[in-house]
Design a protein. Sequence first.
Length: 543
Amino acid sequence: MISRRRLFQLSGLAALAGAGGAAWMYFGGYRPNSAGAKPISPYPFDPIRAENFQQKLFIPGGSGPFGVLDVAGPLQIRATAASFPILKGQASPFLLYQTEQAGKAYQNPILRMESGTRFQATLQNALSEPTIIHWHGLHTPAAMDGHPASTIGPGASYDYDFTVRNRGGTYWYHTHAHELTAEQAYNGLASFFLVEDDDQRRLNKALDLRLGETDVPLVIQDKQFDGAGRLHYKPNMHESMMGWLGDIILANLTPNAFLTVTPRLYRFRLLNGSNARIYRLAFVKGSTPLSFAVIGTDGGLLDQPQTVTEAYLAPGERLDVLFDAGQAQPGEDVFLKSLAFDPMENEGSAGNMGAMMGGMGGSSSSRLPIGAEFNILKLPVAQGERLATPLPAKLSDIRSIPTEGVPERKIELSMDHMRFLINGRTFRMDEISFEVKRGAVEIWRINNPAIGMPHPMHIHGFSFQVVERLNSPAQITAGARFGRGRLASDLGWKDTVLVWPGETVRIAIDFAHDFPGSQTYVFHCHNLEHEDGGMMINFRVNA
Ligand code: C2O
Ligand code: CU
Ligand code: CU
């Protein structure tokens, strides 16, 4: 057994070694990195094999599964156990939000609303277990937020009524059932919540983008299935600690998907709806990553497009991008891929944590290790008119939060007894970690120790701005061209930020809102197994 103290001594040693990402070498750990990793034997729907990509990408329509629902009045949303065909028509048990509007039925609708309008819905829990909906990224009063304390039992219902205060952007909603979020979200309880405003309309008009055609919401998830094509979720101790990984990659619930494109611009609203997998996204032709423009992040459009060739996307994060398919010739294929990276799970499968667990905790049951390279979506380029549209120079106004002289709050991530903690604590419903003053601006200095793993940290109730990344690993500094160690995906308004081992990320939060009294929200890791495992704290905003 290696004591915790000893771990930190080792981490000091690793830091002395200097090279980012080298800490694991001290433990002789296997790096599940596609470069030099043992080859994975092919399996049905294996996303590494390009020739598998033969299923038409599921594109949401105006009703039915994931249909776009322009909310026009109070909704009744039933959370219910149903089934959904995912693998070549094989029905899998699946949890769904069912609703109707104007005589049309929807399952897991993509809710669409104008900024500034009122949202009313009643959640009816028709499941056999507790649940609640959280509106990820939306600025709502605490009682409307889907705090785990709002979880309702089977047969109960919960009324939501709030104004959509957020700017236009790609938000989402999902279950936040106390200690059941990971399994319920994995089994289906999640979809998009699109907020419209003038900036969004101006962009889509200027670039002739149409939702469902050239403006494509794309949720990326990794799942496991059993031999009968049913969703499989059964984390062992190792997986409860590190997060559950799938080995079949779904784009809009389509495994091995393709979307035929013509030589013009496409907008992809990417959402990482996975429990724990981080993606290093790139549009690749042959082995060449093509350029794309990041135009938005969690909280809507950036001030201007930023051209990159890759971007990390962690669970809970959104990335709005423009990709010019005219970079390839008709007849060629472009793949949206996840490139290989060092997952920096320094206490992972064969590392010291594995040793501490004496093997009893098992290892990941996924055939696709985190950090492996694989394909997500094939984009075959068809004949078509070459439309070369210049990108707008300005997308929106981003007001920067003034940070001069602002107090800094330390947020320390850590690990103890195979649980990840925030400020040394594991979640307790009745414990408020700290209080902030309504209207105050704070900088949170989130520190992740070198020995550990990456954590996507998410706040409820507010958006934030990433001020600075410090001590980032080499694979992050390589793309940090945006000042103060930041990546393109750190720009604009965020609600989730990935913090790598050894890294410190400083974020600025303006706690202004117009909700009366005290409001309690959570701040947590969006690795859903970590969230359920208690890597979450309450904070209270006081008038
Ligand atoms: Cu999408 Cu509390 O999370
Ligand atoms: Cu959230
Ligand atoms: Cu975490």
